[in-house]
Design a protein around this ligand. Structure first.
Ligand code: SF4
Length: 335
């Protein structure tokens, strides 16, 4: 393999050149070197959480979302507590709380749920995409900083980077024209970080994105991180088949590994790169651990859509990490 000098902090055109001109093995080798410099070569981390999708009612209508095909529901507070109690017995580290943009849910519902999950059941809660937060604030006619303070006081501890997919204007028109623009998404995230609600960010590929769209998206995230330092991790995802209305393309294994590696190399300022074994399967998951990823995200205790791929128990996660050649280190949901 021909050696290249890869800069530590890539600008957009350097990143694009790497994407277009390097092989996946070259990028993986460089990214693994950087991962070892940041995290050492022995450990891979994981956590255990329960996803609770509290409602599938959503007025945004993204083209790829399966929610619109399902019977509409809103979980009652008792149902949520019951799911969380079961997760506690199964050894979960936290609750991942997310749903659609449902204007009929009062603010009191969210505050009561957070109080119960966090104060009573002692769970850290990662929850609400920027689009949910934006609309909850709007529906309740309160400024976003005030909403975030209320949610945080009730028990919210971090915010996932959901709802970003790929934020260029072209991809927004294809995927989710009614969602937040890149500027709005970034503003909400900056405010979350300012209020002490750190979290993650991601990208989802497998539609009609171009390499330029990918790099532009990564750059939006990096610019937020330069201002706030609030992203603890970044997760490259691939669209999963959810609805026949949305054509997805097959993302080849080498393209996915290249993406993981590019993310590691591009995000000199984000500590962790996660590979979702849930979405990508064990073979690609293992390869990604040698291409820049240092974390396998979570053992998801219940995920109907993709359960067949996932790691369903703590033992299975630890065995997977050991078989890949690393020590398994369990972390909290908020790192
Ligand atoms: S905003 Fe989220 S829940 Fe609503 S349609 Fe889009 S992906 Fe689905």
């Amino acid at each position: 393999m021909r050696k290249r000098n890869l800069p530590q902090s890539l600008n957009k055109s350097e990143a694009l050149k790497l994407w277009k001109n390097c092989s996946w093995t070259e990028l993986a080798a460089a990214a693994h070197k950087m991962r070892v410099e940041i995290h050492g070569k022995k450990n891979v981390s994981y956590t255990v959480f329960r996803i609770i999708n509290y409602t599938n009612v959503c007025k945004i209508g993204c083209s790829f979302c399966s929610f619109k095909k399902m019977q509409p529901y809103v979980l009652s507070i008792d149902e949520i507590v019951s799911l969380a109690r079961t997760a506690k017995k199964q050894g979960a580290n936290g609750i991942f709380f997310q749903g659609g943009v449902n204007p009929n849910i009062p603010l009191g519902y969210y505050l009561e749920v957070l109080e119960l999950l966090n104060k009573k059941l002692k769970f850290p809660v990662r929850g609400f995409s920027p689009v949910e937060l934006f609309h909850i604030a709007k529906n309740n006619k309160i400024p976003l900083p005030e909403l975030l303070q209320k949610l945080k006081a009730a028990g919210l501890s971090s915010v996932p980077g959901a709802g970003a997919e790929i934020m260029t204007a072209k991809m927004r028109r294809i995927l989710s024209p009614k969602k937040l623009s890149a500027k709005e998404w970034c503003c909400v995230m900056e405010e979350c970080h300012k209020q002490g609600l750190k979290g993650s960010a991601n990208i989802v590929v497998g539609s009609s994105e171009s390499p330029e769209d990918i790099i532009e998206h990564l750059n939006y995230i990096r610019e937020v991180q330069n201002k706030t330092g609030g992203f603890q991790s970044f997760i490259p995802w691939v669209f999963q088949p959810q609805t026949d209305d949305f054509p997805i393309r097959h993302v080849r294994s080498d393209e996915y590994i290249k993406l993981v590696a590019l993310c590691r190399l591009f995000f000199h300022n984000i500590p962790s790169i996660e590979v979702s074994v849930l979405g990508m399967g064990k073979v690609l998951g293992e390869l990604a651990l040698y291409a820049g990823a240092n974390d396998i995200s979570s053992v998801v205790l219940e995920e109907r859509v993709m359960r067949s791929y996932g790691i369903a128990s703590i033992e299975e996660a630890e065995e997977f990490i050991r078989n890949a050649g690393f020590n398994a280190v369990r972390r909290g949901i908020n790192y």
